[in-house]
Ligand binder design. Structure first.
Ligand code: UGA
Length: 421
């Protein structure tokens, strides 16, 4: 198929490149001309393992442009993959989605054959068949589900393993309201052997939020239990190993630590809370998930103060700034509140991350950055905020180590405190 994707962030780049690898003709559209040029020169605008190799391997089938009109006219389907950032009240900002819909709609006005528009951006129930449909219809002068197709197809990619997640998904969720759109999507995903769930459009949109909210809930639950375990001298990881053996529970996403970050869980839980409140409800569990997650990173500071009672003037090393290993992404990284708190307390922060220091410098330009993980060990105490594999190789002997992510070798420190163990 000829496929157009609007937005070359994580979702657009990974989806486009993987679909090209499956043999489709791909056109990626972005308003940022430098990212478009990067893609056309065989470089991915984001860091994701395996992606650049796959882009170069399939370069003949992938082109990027800033011109939505031409891309839509020359394709059969369009995926909207732009970002949906948080508004200050937690609700999501649809500006990018609606502006992309407007441009696609304008192109559809000039297009004679059937075209399917699919929303892959994370949007709350009612968005695709509501504002997105309205904007598409207005700009095109055509009717959705009749003159052109419209569907929802949320993504479940994890940063750092997005290529594998796309090519071997647990399931594919497709929200449709008309037969033609359903048939096109059946054909597109025909070679995938995983379960495929066809639902209404709002159900598909809700599945995305509920999946992320449930995983975030598992993490906050594991952290709350981890805090209780820590006080009793019980190893919470051993506890969850046993708990996860129940097939009704499952062991995944029970790693306790300093909480969840990234561009999805925090934002999606906030958006679901905002939606519930709009509906006049008080989502108590979701609010607690966020509350536990806000408090959890600061537990590292409390544990630090047990051993370094006054961090003022002390050199405190922070190992790991990315929101998780294998990415340079620091959005909502748990290292952010930790570094903020250390600075507030007058500590001198020495930070290191194998990939994310460039991004971290943009928000913390005055922090000292080390050129290697080893250099961090010269600090008066070391906090571990991301579990990069390299951190297992360090020699922690003689150091004060406060571990937020369970780096086993760090237990060799002369003082070792795990946040939940
Ligand atoms: C998450 C979901 O896992 C994907 O399925 C989803 O598609 C994506 O959001 C999205 O909505 O786009 P991602 O944010 O890339 O993916 O990263 P995760 O691997 O889920 O980790 C999120 C955060 O949770 C990280 O800070 C990680 O350290 C933390 N985490 C994860 C834990 O603290 N404990 C765990 O057991 C697992």
């Amino acid at each position: 198929m000829r496929i157009c994707l609007i937005g070359c962030g994580y979702v657009g780049s990974v989806t486009g490149v993987c679909l090209a690898d499956l043999g489709h003709e791909i056109m990626i559209v972005d308003t940022d001309a430098s990212k478009v040029a990067q893609l056309n020169s065989g470089k991915t605008p984001i860091y994701e393992p395996e992606l650049e190799e796959l882009l170069q391997k399939n370069h003949k089938r992938i082109s990027a442009t800033t011109d939505t009109h031409t891309a839509v006219l020359n394709s059969d389907i369009t995926f909207i993959c732009v970002g949906t950032p948080s508004n200050p009240d937690g609700s999501i900002n649809l500006d990018f989605v609606l502006s992309a819909s407007h441009d696609v709609g304008k192109a559809l006005r000039d297009k004679s054959g059937f075209h399917l528009v699919i929303v892959k951006s994370t949007v709350l129930p009612g968005t695709t068949a509501g504002p997105v449909k309205d904007v598409l219809e207005q700009a095109s002068g055509k009717k959705a589900f009749v003159d052109f197709g419209l569907a929802s197809n949320p993504e479940f990619l994890r940063e750092g393993s997005a290529v594998g997640d796309f090519l071997k998904p647990d399931r594919i969720i497709i929200g449709v309201a008309d037969l033609r759109s359903k048939q096109v999507l059946e054909e597109l995903y025909a070679d995938f052997t995983c379960p495929k769930l066809f639902s209404t459009i709002p159900v598909a949109e809700m599945i995305k939020y509920v999946s992320n909210a449930f995983l975030a809930t598992k993490i906050s639950f594991a952290n709350e239990i981890g805090n209780i375990c820590k006080k009793q001298g019980i190893d919470t990881e051993e506890v969850f190993k046993g708990v996860g053996m129940d097939h009704r529970i499952n062991p995944a996403f029970f790693r306790s630590g300093i909480g969840f970050g990234g561009s999805c869980f925090p934002k999606d839980v906030r958006a679901l809370i905002a939606r519930a409140q709009e509906l006049g409800m008080d989502p108590k569990i979701l609010r607690s998930v966020t509350e536990v997650n806000e408090e959890q990173p600061l537990k590292l500071i409390t544990l630090l103060e047990k051993h370094v009672p006054d961090p003022r003037g002390k050199k405190i090393g922070v190992l790991g700034l990315a929101f998780k290993p294998d990415t340079d992404d620091i959005r909502d990284s748990r290292a952010i509140p930790i570094v903020e708190k250390l600075l507030q307390k007058g500590a001198t922060v020495l930070a290191y991350d194998p990939m994310a220091m460039g991004n971290f410098k943009k928000i913390f330009p005055t922090v000292n950055y080390a050129s290697s993980a080893k250099d961090i060990l010269a600090a008066d105490a070391v906090l571990i905020a991301t579990e990069w594999r390299d951190f297992e190789e360090l020699d922690y002997s003689g150091k004060i180590v406060i571990d937020g992510r369970r780096v086993e070798n760090a237990r060799k420190g002369s003082v070792y405190e795990g946040v939940c163990w």
